[in-house]
Design a protein around this ligand. Structure first.
Ligand code: DX5
Ligand code: ZN
Length: 528
């Protein structure tokens, strides 16, 4: 969101690469690297070299969110006298106003950053220092011969303190990489150059963290992460579209683009639904079916009249997928059992406000944050969210609003929770909440639009997914409904700010397949 604000304000910049590498740079600065924004020159810091420097707006966004400079400054991107120019300038105490704190390398002409990283990694090794070096390279950039010279050199010096991350978005300045200079089989090439090679989905934070952890364990060889990414990811009309490599969207589109970026909808199948047990197979089917998250309902037979499974089952399921585990604790005394779920390596752990007071919740959230797990709270359909929750919005990542009385899958959706969902969503935002509203219970393709319009962005689906013989098809249908709901809201927003036809024109290829559901066929057809 910061990157698009900067690019739109400047009227120039590279949205494509800023978006394809967003999760990579965000994860490095916010979850992985040892660094201190207050001490850019800290001797113990890990190094990040951005060799595909045209991704500068995304890079600046990560640095700003990490605290190197105020996020507001992104709006000065490419302006005269701004230190945030089109390509980053390495930080220097002597040039404070013309260099960027946190930037280790003045990028621009491509193909050089990997060599610079090798120099830094070798120096650290020679000095017996443990600092790690991460470098971001591009696939278009891999046309440069110097990349391959560097690829030969790093294993020679056994630089196991170096991780190169290749932003494999398959598009470069003037087209698709495989048309311009085919790189595949990329994996085999780097293996043949004697690198460790790990391939991941570059938009999945949990896969990035897992791969970096593995790379940091490996010895005697540098590691290459092939991060399969999508150019322009997050804005549908920019997705996989070479024309958005280095083109800025019209400034007047910014409010609608920002809405789209915060409207990503995640489908979370609830594995207690459908046939009893066989959880392993259900997790596999959900992942194959394109789910974003796995929803795990833990029930103790006390807080709710049903008993499902506990931490040992969660731990057993953990190795099946790297999809995030969203554990919904419907248990009494959650604090007493919390460590078991922390040890089971969950990504989100949600406790019911009906089972803990603020004092316990503070202990719970601190334990979770210390373990890198997202804290969540859940509220039953006819319970109000207590005021104390609003003083913890900075630390809470998920608020589950139950749309059935907890205890079983397959129950009927309670529509009375929709206005409550809207009200709670508004109050949370008023308290600076940046997390997700999650709707849980009785959600299906028929009511999904209402739930989406009420503010839910994580949609739990039990029987709507596992009640179907075609799990993949069921997830696609739910995602399609969410897409229609999103496009309708974006058109409404565009209309409100007076850019309806302009927006529909730039979005035409996305809207055509949805035109009948959006009742815009005639209007869309008239737009040339
Ligand atoms: C109910 C659980 C839900 C439920 C969802 O207590 O929290 O997650 O399993 O299943 P459906 O979508 O079938 O209501
Ligand atoms: Zn649930």
């Amino acid at each position: 969101m910061l990157a698009i604000q900067g690019i739109a304000e400047a009227g120039s910049g590279h949205p494509g690469a800023s978006f394809s590498a967003a999760e990579i740079m965000g994860t490095l600065y916010l979850r992985k690297m040892k660094h201190d924004p207050l001490k850019p020159g800290w001797n113990e810091r890990d190094y990040f070299i951005n060799s595909k420097a045209h991704s500068a707006p995304g890079y600046y966004a990560a640095l700003a969110m990490a605290g190197y400079f105020p996020t507001e400054e992104i709006k000065t991107l490419r302006k005269i006298n701004s230190r945030l120019q089109g390509h980053p300038v390495r930080y220097s105490e002597h040039q404070k106003h013309h260099s960027v704190p946190g930037v280790e390398y003045s990028g621009g002409s491509e193909g050089i950053g990997l060599s610079v990283s090798i120099g830094i990694a070798m120096a650290n090794k020679l000095d017996g220092k443990k600092n790690r070096v991460y470098t971001l390279i591009g696939d278009g950039e891999s046309n440069e011969g110097q990349i391959w010279e560097a690829a030969m050199a790093a294993p020679k010096f056994q630089l196991d303190n170096l991780v190169a991350i290749l932003d494999r978005n398959r598009i470069q300045q003037d087209g698709f990489t495989e048309d311009i200079m085919p790189l595949d089989p990329l994996r085999d090439k780097w293996l043949a150059f004697n690198w460790n090679v790990i391939e991941i989905d570059g938009h999945k934070v949990e896969q990035i963290i897992d791969a970096l952890n593995r790379a940091n364990q490996l010895e005697d060889k540098p590691t290459l992460l092939i991060a399969n990414t999508i150019k322009g990811n997050g804005i549908k009309h920019m997705t996989n579209n070479p024309q958005w490599h280095g083109k800025a969207p019209p400034r007047k589109h910014t409010p609608v683009l920002l809405q789209e970026l915060e409207s990503e909808c995640l489908i979370a199948p609830s594995i207690i639904a459908g046939e009893r047990e066989n959880y392993e197979e259900k997790v596999r089917k959900a992942e194959r079916g394109g789910a974003d998250i796995i929803h795990l309902d833990v029930m103790d037979g006390r807080f709710v009249p049903n008993t499902t499974f506990f931490a040992d089952t969660v731990r057993k399921l953990r190795h099946i997928t790297s999809l995030p585990f969203d554990v919904h604790l419907m248990i009494e005394d959650p604090l007493d059992h919390l460590q078991d779920y922390i040890d089971a390596r969950c990504d989100i752990i949600t406790v019911h406000i009906e089972t803990c007071q603020e004092k316990e919740f503070i202990t719970i959230k601190e334990k979770l944050l210390d373990s890198g797990i997202s804290p969540g709270v859940a509220v039953n359909p006819f319970t109000e969210l207590p005021d104390w929750v609003y003083s913890h919005t900075e630390d809470i990542d998920v608020v589950i609003i139950m749309s059935v009385n907890p205890g079983y899958a397959g129950q009927k959706f309670i529509p009375e929770v929709l206005p409550k969902m809207v009200k709670i969503g508004r109050m949370l935002r008023d308290h600076g909440y940046k997390g997700y509203i999650e709707a849980d219970g009785g959600i299906d393709a028929a009511n999904l639009q209402q739930v989406y319009d009420s503010g839910a962005r994580i949609l739990v689906a039990g029987s709507a997914v596992y009640g179907s013989s075609d799990i993949h098809g069921a997830i696609i249908q739910l995602r399609h409904k969410a897409n229609v709901a999103l496009e309708r809201r974006l058109i409404e927003h565009a209309t409100k700010i007076g850019i309806r036809s302009d927006w529909m024109k730039i979005r035409k290829h996305i809207l055509i397949p949805l035109a009948s559901e959006l009742e815009i066929e005639g209007e869309l057809h008239a737009i040339k």
